[in-house]
Write a protein that binds this ligand. Structure first.
Ligand SMILES: C[S@@+](CC[C@H](N)C(=O)[O-])C[C@H]1O[C@@H](n2cnc3c(N)ncnc32)[C@H](O)[C@@H]1O
Length: 356
């Protein structure tokens, strides 16, 4: 039994089964033993591959998006270029390189990375060597300023609650022990009123997921944009409309795993409910655009032309690789449809890619 599993068992023994959200937060973010705290899980040799790790085109187009937003904001002399959960720093490095075509952007940008993992901060420092960068534990620590914010596969890593319909009531799903193993069960009493909002008459056995943490993050971003100006892009897998269903998943070495076996060794996520995220941001005063499919968004920003340019005069194998990356990022049966792009903006600003 790993130190993290021992700790989780001790908490359950002392306090009883814990909500799924707490289990997720411990597995991913425990300061010492959490999944992200200890290692860099990204890339082919790791557990999963994200869009910026598929191809430089992803970060480049987001960099051009950011530069256009900056121009539309009236090119402020100083602004915060923020990334939440920057992974290996690849997206930011590609974005900064591509945005050099817009004079003044790099000089005006103060790069702020919100990252809790020491292992990934070290990797980001390597990738972004030569750039001036500051790190923060949370968004609220980033200084007040006009803001352009990027977050790819950040929201899905924030804790999520699940509720199951039993005997005409919603019960929260909790992690406890069954036959000596960590296992999912149901809290004894009904969930607090409104916890599984909007799904009062769901059939027996239905599952609803909510994520106060994701809604809070969206509200915080929205409030910042409304107050200081700017725009944000939130990219993740999920759904645009409220939906029933269990999307909790563990991924390890590019395969689905049992989320209750070897806690802290697998990435735990669930699909992002963009409907709830949107509501959080809007209530905080931001305007909301999308979500649109990642494939459509990247095509609107010109990914096909970029792929063509990158492949020009290259050998057949390299050109085929670029075509495969393009497909992976945009095709409906790959990342093009499941991944959604939501833009938030200060009132009056229409972010590129979402205009008429
Ligand atoms: C799935 S990775 C995505 C990395 C990167 N955006 C990419 O696309 O390759 C999630 C990232 O969010 C970070 N992270 C997770 N929870 C966080 C939190 N509560 N606050 C800040 N960063 C967090 C992780 O350490 C990691 O950098």
């Amino acid at each position: 039994v790993s130190p993290l599993e021992r700790l989780i068992r001790e908490i359950i023994a002392a306090e009883g089964p814990m909500p799924l959200a707490r289990y997720m937060a411990l597995c991913l973010g425990h300061p010492e033993h959490g999944y992200y705290m200890r290692k860099d899980p990204l890339g082919r040799a790791g557990d999963f591959v994200t869009a910026p790790e598929v191809s430089q085109m992803f970060g480049e187009l987001l960099g051009l998006w950011a530069a256009q937003v900056w121009l539309d904001m009236g090119a402020p002399r100083e602004f915060a270029l923020v990334e939440l959960g920057p992974g290996r720093g690849t997206l930011m490095a590609d974005a900064l390189r591509a945005a050099r075509v817009v004079p003044g952007f790099a000089e005006a940008a103060r790069v702020h990375l919100v990252e809790t993992s020491p292992a990934l901060r070290a990797k980001q420092a390597e990738t972004l060597a030569g750039h001036e960068v500051s790190w923060h534990e949370r968004l609220s620590d980033v200084p007040d300023a006009p803001t352009i914010l990027l977050a790819n596969e950040f929201l899905d890593a924030l804790p999520m609650r699940q509720f199951e319909r039993r005997g005409g009531a919603w019960r929260e799903r909790v992690v406890g022990l069954a036959e000596g193993r960590l296992a999912l069960g149901l809290a004894p009493g009904p969930a607090e009123p409104g916890a599984a909002r909007g799904f009062g008459d769901a059939p027996e056995g239905a599952v609803v997921e909510t994520s106060p943490a994701r809604e809070l993050a969206a509200a915080e971003i929205g409030a910042r944009l409304a107050r200081h100006g700017g725009a944000a892009l939130l990219i993740d897998y999920g759904h645009a409309a409220p939906a029933l269903g269990d999307t909790f998943q563990a991924v390890r070495a590019h395969r689905f795993a049992d989320p209750f076996e070897a806690p802290g060794e697998a990435d735990l996520t669930s699909h992002v409910d963009f409907h709830a995220v949107t509501a959080g941001a809007r209530a905080a005063g931001a305007e909301v655009f999308g979500p649109v499919r990642q494939g459509d968004f990247l095509r609107a920003l010109g990914i096909e032309a970029r792929a063509e340019r990158l492949a020009r005069d290259r050998d057949v194998e390299t050109a085929a690789g670029i075509a495969a990356d393009l497909r992976r990022l945009t095709a409906p049966d790959q990342m093009g449809r499941l991944f959604l792009v939501l833009a938030l903006a200060a009132p009056g600003l229409t972010p590129p890619g979402f205009g008429p």
